[in-house]
Design a protein. Structure first.
Ligand code: COA
Length: 538
């Protein structure tokens, strides 16, 4: 494979300015993550200690093998929503290693409103289960939750992808043979009681853990019966009498130890072999990405400079270099794993779409995971291109992306606009994981462009209705809210708060995160049984 030759001038003003800018964005991200991990009220922390419970992070640390990475999912979910304090949507989830085996962790944070589940918490719970299902990873639920966050109950309860789906998924996962191990580490009420009930094995902590469909206040209100939480659903009730729980633990530490023992006793994972090589670092320092990513998202640059800082040895076998050159396609290795990369280098034309379609088919046939580096304003528009069939060629690419069955990974490294988002494997196209860089932007189109479209429509309407020219003050009135909304809702933080992605990445860490994700994906068969494509419009 050829080594990508970098043409970056590290002494240029542009490089230095970019470096400063992107470094600042990375610092901001670090601060945001720090807040999400540590900003808890003294009251909640005090209550936790009174109950002799560990924090969610202490639990996770004890659960995972020492000095192994934890790939956290959506740590900034629900950022800025509700009272601004429901960090991570009230739960921590991710992929970690227990006794050398990759598992999904799903843990309520009892220091955020008693671990209750907000609407975004439901979304994150479902996403976490999807990761477990798609990658066939055992899932460990550390449950400590008062169930639904009652003031928002109508947004959590009745719909197809609301709370009930969590337990529906548990039944499906059980059928699929995905191990589900649950720790009862707090008073698990109502919905939270169903998680242990639907799991394969339940470890129950004495005194602090309880499972009941209705807590003592509800029982009193409904039947007049006075009962303590422990008498109603404690470890003795469920381990000795009801049989709901399978193992009794004296405290959090003991509970986590039992869970580790259960994982150790599982049959070994059957990971897929895809021809992994000896990993090698890139030839160029990934930190240089700070100097390469332009300050202005619309400034063009050669995406090979990014690839050179992500792949092993900066080696890249480029496919159809001279054809459809606004899309760079080719083969490389990341931490020794083979990948097929598709990376934008401009607007998508018919040729680039056709090239993508062919390349995706090749990777899919050969069982090579696909990596999309998305920086796209969309497919080319205009009379000439419509005549040339851009719509049908774009369709072929979108069709191939949608139906390819090898694991797909997407990193939005810049713009993610319009159908470009679809063709480059946006969230709706089922990549196993999708992340954003802090500089990236997402939307149907940029704010300026959307505002111009709306002004043009209004101008035409005025003319048609004989009202003459559109007054200047109305132009501003139309433009401003559209531009402001795009500014507010098009950035990476808004995206990640809404769980449109699995997290924001510090660009130099992209390679490490991808290697963890690819490794996790190999727990599932490399291709599904439904391999094949629909009809390509010719
Ligand atoms: N909805 C909304 N907020 C809730 C809640 C719920 N279901 N359950 C608890 N909270 C809030 C409390 O109001 C409190 O808020 P504050 O910090 O602003 O005062 C916070 O969560 C902690 O609750 P607290 O009772 O002080 O802590 P705890 O550790 O002693 O008990 C629970 C936590 C969850 C076990 C307990 O609050 C409880 O039993 N809640 C009711 C559970 C329930 O009936 N759920 C039915 C859902 S369908």
């Amino acid at each position: 494979m050829q080594v990508i030759e970098s043409k970056i001038d590290k002494s240029s003003i542009e490089y230095k300015e970019n470096f400063e800018h992107n470094r600042r964005l990375a610092e901001e991200l670090k601060k945001e993550l720090e807040i999400a991990h540590t900003d808890r009220s003294d009251k909640a922390l005090k209550r936790l200690r009174e109950q002799n419970k560990l924090t969610v992070w202490e639990r996770i640390e004890l659960l995972l093998d020492p000095n192994t990475p934890f790939l956290e999912i959506a740590p900034l979910a629900a950022r800025g929503m509700y009272d601004g304090k429901v960090h991570g949507a009230g739960m921590v989830s991710g992929i970690g290693v227990v006794h050398g085996r990759e598992v999904v962790v799903y843990a309520n944070d009892p220091t955020i409103k008693g671990g209750t589940v907000y609407p975004m918490g439901v979304k994150k719970a479902l996403r976490t289960q999807t990761i477990s299902m798609e990658n066939r990873l055992p899932i460990i639920y550390l449950v400590d939750s008062g169930g639904a966050y009652l003031p928002l109950q109508s947004e959590i309860f009745p719909d197809a992808d609301d709370g009930g789906r969590i337990f529906y998924n548990q039944a499906q996962m059980s059928k699929m043979g995905i191990p589900q191990i649950c720790a009862v580490m707090g008073l698990c009420t109502a919905g939270a009681a169903y998680i242990p009930a639907m799991s394969d094995e339940v470890v129950h902590v004495q005194k602090t853990g309880a499972i009941f469909l209705g807590g003592p206040p509800l029982v009193k209100a409904a039947t007049g019966e006075e009962v303590t939480a422990d008498e109603l659903g404690g470890a003795e009730v469920h381990c000795i009498h009801s049989g709901v729980s399978d193992y009794m633990a004296v405290d959090d530490e003991h509970c986590i130890q039992i869970i580790r023992d259960i994982v150790k006793a599982l049959p070994p994972p059957q990971k897929v072999e895809i021809g992994q090589r000896e990993p090698r670092p890139p030839l160029y320092d990934p930190e240089e990405l700070y100097g390469i990513i332009p300050k202005n998202i619309m400034t063009p640059y050669d995406v090979r400079e990014v690839i050179a800082r992500i792949v092993d040895g900066s080696e890249f076998l480029e496919f159809k270099t001279l054809y459809g050159d606004t899309l760079v396609c080719g083969w490389a290795y990341i931490f020794g794993y083979p990948v097929g990369i598709l990376a934008n280098n401009g607007v998508l034309f018919s040729e680039s779409a056709l090239k993508a379609t062919q390349f995706i088919q090749l990777c899919d046939k050969r069982g090579i995971p696909l990596l999309f580096l998305q920086n796209i304003t969309g497919y080319i528009v205009g009379k000439e291109y419509e005549k040339g069939g851009i719509t049908k060629d774009g369709h072929k690419m979108v069709n191939a992306v949608a139906t390819a069955t090898v694991p797909k990974f997407t990193v939005i490294i810049g713009a993610s606009f319009g159908a470009g988002n679809y063709g480059m494997c946006g969230r709706a196209y089922a990549p196993r994981f999708l992340w954003m860089w802090p500089n990236s932007r997402i939307g149907v189109m940029g704010g300026e462009q959307a505002a111009d479209v709306m002004v043009t429509i209004k101008r035409e309407q005025f003319k048609r209705e004989g009202k003459g020219e559109l007054p200047e003050e109305l132009v501003e009135k139309i433009r401003r809210p559209i531009i402001e909304a795009a500014e507010r809702e098009g950035n990476a933080y808004y995206s990640t708060a809404n769980l449109w992605d699995d997290g924001i990445l510090d660009p130099p860490k992209t390679r490490d995160v991808l290697s963890l994700a690819i490794s996790a994906s190999l727990n599932a068969p490399i291709r599904s049984d439904v391999y094949g494509y629909g009809t390509f419009r010719m």
